[in-house]
Design a binder for this molecule. Structure first.
Ligand code: HEM
Length: 134
């Protein structure tokens, strides 16, 4: 028997049934809110890097909200390495809220109070966790 998905998993599952690739929604928001980030990505092959960054961030979030088997540790590691290439902690952490907002828009009526609460709590936890040393 598989366990019922937690509200965070549920939000990604519902999104996946509506949209194959979250990348355009997420990066459109990122570049709108933080236009300076557009120039941070390489001009050639950036789609691959951006797709892979998002996939790894989602894997880390799902693990952080779920079993904490290992991928969640990427959050502190990447927060540290991104600082080295000019992404402040604050900006780094804002990526998770951008993912949440992209999911919320995609889900529309299916964005339940349970999912909203779980994301609010998760973002507070990630904020505290990402501030810790890797
Ligand atoms: C707004 C916040 C963020 C910005 C501006 C940002 C920026 C970047 C940039 C510019 C690169 C490309 C470096 C290159 O060209 O080699 C990159 C790569 C990467 N980022 Fe981020 N990042 C952010 C948030 C995150 C988060 C939250 C995670 C995961 C927890 C993450 C994980 C990664 C990984 C794993 C790569 C390497 C991708 C690959 O080449 O496979 N980033 N990031």
């Amino acid at each position: 028997m598989t366990a019922a998905p937690n509200p965070i998993e549920q939000s990604f599952e519902l999104a996946a049934s509506r949209c194959v690739d979250l990348s355009p929604q997420v990066y459109h928001r990122l570049f709108e809110r933080h236009p300076e980030t557009r120039a941070m990505f390489r001009s050639q092959g950036s789609e691959l890097v951006m797709g892979s960054m998002l996939a790894l961030a989602i894997e880390a979030v799902l693990d952080f909200a779920g079993g904490r088997r290992g991928h969640f540790r990427m959050i502190t590691c990447e927060a540290a390495s991104h600082e080295a290439y000019g992404t402040s902690r604050e900006l780094f952490i804002s990526f998770f809220a951008i993912i949440r907002d992209a999911l919320r828009d995609l889900l529309g009526d299916e964005w339940s109070p349970d999912i909203a609460r779980a994301w609010d709590a998760l973002l507070v936890e990630i904020d505290a966790f990402a501030g810790e040393p890797a």
